[in-house]
Design a protein around this ligand. Structure first.
Ligand SMILES: Nc1ncnc2c1ncn2[C@@H]1O[C@H](COP(=O)(O)OP(=O)(O)O)[C@@H](O)[C@H]1O
Ligand SMILES: NC(=O)OP(=O)(O)O
Length: 311
């Protein structure tokens, strides 16, 4: 069986969004222990991951150091996060496997994702990145041309362009490595966004793609049977936060689309996960599962989490 696991922010760092190195290493150790448990069953695994906290931190470093060190664009920041998170996950996974007496080769692929140059996402930033700030600290940043959004209790967060992923450009390399038995980390942060020029060459563009939507594209392209969207809740929930909230178990994809249209899944959090799960199953995937780290092995079998199946 081939499984693509998309790891959310909670699996990559701690809850305050600051993404300190030690927090990222600790979170990776916990996440990779869960993934190592899955590798007992000798499944092929491709991992992808978010980068919102990390890429936001790199943007802040750019600003603070601009007088001394040349700033780099957002696509470069995204590429840098693929490298640092990829190697952290590889180290953590190999350590987790070693404690179980297991060995699997690992690789991280610097991965580009094709987007449309006229995507509406460039005009309307939606992707939250970096740390949370109180409203009074945000004013001056908005005056400098940044877009910030009120994210509720935790404060305000910067939002950047987030175009739709059309194609994972480097999927063939991922496929070769996974066919050869590697556990592959790929398309981190949704992939480095690129557009195709009229002469066929690719050019990086300043944006951060939603990693769950790219995960659905990559899972289909590498022939995954199961997509698991790993987050900090065991299920997608109907009437989330209300007294009569109801965790969603196994659901047919067309029914899930109806529930999404009724507004059960918040945009910018559970919404893209549900959308990614629907897209993967609609394109022929056996099942897509939304669950937390603890339930990964059961979720892969379809025995835990929100399990999205074909009609
Ligand atoms: N209907 C819902 N069911 C479950 N969780 C929901 C729902 N709507 C919004 N959420 C929120 O979505 C969060 C997961 O999304 P997000 O924070 O973006 O995850 P990650 O960083 O793991 O990718 C949950 O912690 C929960 O607060
Ligand atoms: N790129 C991305 O979707 O990152 P997060 O999951 O960390 O928001």
């Amino acid at each position: 069986m081939r499984v693509l696991l998309a790891l959310g922010g909670n699996a990559m760092t701690n809850a305050d969004g600051r993404a300190r190195v030690e927090d990222q290493q600790a979170a990776a150790a916990v996440a990779m222990a869960a993934v190592a448990g899955l590798l007992h069953d000798d499944v092929d695994v491709v991992l992808t991951h978010g980068n919102g906290p990390q890429v936001g931190n790199l943007l802040v470093k750019n600003e603070l150091a601009a007088a001394v060190v040349p700033p780099v664009p957002l696509d470069w920041c995204g590429a840098q996060t693929q490298a640092t998170i990829g190697f952290t996950l590889m180290n953590a996974l190999e350590a987790a496997l070693a404690t179980r007496g297991l060995e699997r080769r690992t690789a991280t692929v610097v991965t580009r994702t094709l987007v449309a140059s006229d995507d509406d996402g460039f005009a309307h930033p939606t992707k939250p990145v970096g740390r949370f700030l109180p409203a009074d600290e945000v004013e001056v940043l908005v005056e400098h041309g940044e877009t910030w959004e009120d994210r509720g209790e935790k404060g305000w967060r910067r939002v950047v362009a987030s175009p739709e992923p059309l194609e994972v450009v480097d999927a063939a390399a991922v496929q070769v490595l996974v066919d050869a038995g590697y556990v592959v980390v790929a398309a981190g942060g949704g992939g480095i966004p690129v557009v195709r020029e009229s002469d066929g060459t690719l050019r990086g563009v300043p944006a951060v793609i939603d990693k769950d939507l790219t995960a659905a594209v990559l899972a289909h392209t590498v022939g995954a049977d199961v997509l698991v969207v790993v987050t900090d809740v065991a299920h997608a929930v109907l009437r989330y936060g209300a007294p009569d909230a109801e965790p969603l178990g196994t659901v047919a994809v067309s029914r899930l689309r109806e529930l999404a249209a009724e507004g059960h899944f918040a945009s910018g959090s559970m919404g893209p996960k549900v959308e990614a799960a629907c897209r993967f199953v609609e394109r022929g995937g056996t099942r897509a599962v939304i669950t937390d780290l603890e339930h990964i092995p059961d979720g892969v079998r379809g025995d835990a989490g929100t399990v999205v199946v074909p009609d």
